[in-house]
Design a binder for this molecule. Structure first.
Ligand code: FAD
Ligand code: FES
Length: 286
């Protein structure tokens, strides 16, 4: 069941650099932390002014718990590109933000077999919680989402432009049966070229074949991932990063085209409510 979104004030409790212009921020807000599941997101607004006026969406990276195991805070990872992320980067603790969430549908509960997560740039961030849940290391939501059968392996294929902007992946280090492969556009680390080349290798190797592919990143990368998965008949889900104004279904600024049975064969869906995660087969990717 999708939890009801709540509005609350979040307090910054920790900020850590993960790469050039990339930070992990922890916000204390038990109301959202205890409900949110991997692939869901929340909106953050800077209080007390009209510029920036609108909230901004960020995906769950992980939930932080207190000594008694209670979910008390949410972590997210952001790349500094504009007004809100520029402000966040100057914070060191104690600041307050307006928050609403959890929002959206999240990734499906992982299935047995090999789960392959394809992350491009900052799009890798939902996959820490995804991998922990799939490996049976953590549960998310209230009541906690049950994973019927743990994934036999989880692999993160992480593509970035160059080594300097690659985030530190040490948060993933203690996940059982987890591994990662890196590609850089300029060949400064890992495989030279696009991350979809790493995916192509997995799809064509019987010993690596994914039971499911989850993907988040720039649109061209997601289109290429969807096309490869269709060619190799691998189930695939994409988490769209469509710009959003409200985040809760009211403004229709975030619509995307999906296939439907009725004439003319397609319709619009709101990414913030019916997404952000869609099966790639259901989307009309242009
Ligand atoms: C579901 C979802 C989850 C997301 N999760 C994450 C996440 O986990 N981490 C993350 O980093 N991002 C995430 N994003 C993207 C994130 O929401 C945006 O990067 C964020 O809104 C940027 O806010 P900002 O105020 O810093 O940038 P803005 O100021 O809104 O700028 C956004 C873009 O516009 C450009 N721009 C701004 N002003 C101008 C101007 N005057 N002229 C020309 N161009 C301009 C900027 O360069 C930038 O490219 C997610 C998006 C969605 C939809
Ligand atoms: S952002 Fe307003 S309807 Fe989706």
């Amino acid at each position: 069941m999708v939890p009801t979104a709540v509005e609350c004030t979040g307090r910054v409790v920790e900020q850590a650099p993960l790469a050039r212009d990339t930070f992990r921020l922890r916000l204390e807000c038990p109301e959202i932390a205890e409900q949110i599941v991997p692939g869901q997101f929340f909106m953050i607004r800077i209080p007390g002014g009209s510029d920036p006026l609108l909230g901004r969406p960020f995906a769950l990276y992980d939930v932080a718990r207190d000594a008694d195991g209670r979910a008390v805070a949410i972590d997210f990872v952001y790349h500094v590109i504009g007004k809100v992320t520029g402000l966040l980067a100057g914070w060191s603790g104690g600041e307050r933000v307006e928050l609403w969430g959890p929002l959206g549908n999240g990734f499906p509960v992982p299935r047995a077999g090999h789960l392959v997560c394809v992350g491009g740039g900052i799009g890798y961030t939902p996959f820490l919680a995804v991998a922990r849940e799939a490996a049976g290391q953590r549960r998310y939501g209230n009541p906690g989402r049950a994973v019927a059968e743990k994934a036999s392996r989880v692999t993160l294929l992480y593509g970035v432009q160059t080594r300097d902007v690659r985030a530190d992946l040490s948060d993933f280090a203690d996940i059982p049966r987890f591994s990662h492969r890196i590609s850089t556009d300029d060949g400064s680390e890992g495989r030279a070229g696009f991350v979809t080349e790493l995916l192509r290798e997995m799809l064509t190797d019987e010993t690596e074949r994914p039971a499911a592919v989850y993907c988040c990143g720039p649109e061209p990368m997601m289109r290429a991932t969807a096309a490869l998965c269709a060619e190799h008949e691998a189930p695939c889900w994409l988490s769209l990063e469509t710009p959003m104004a409200c985040g809760f279904g009211a403004c229709f600024s975030c619509v995307t085209r999906v296939r439907v049975d009725e004439d003319p064969g397609w319709d619009y869906r709101r990414t913030c409510v019916e997404g952000p995660v869609f099966s790639s087969a259901s989307l009309l990717l242009e």
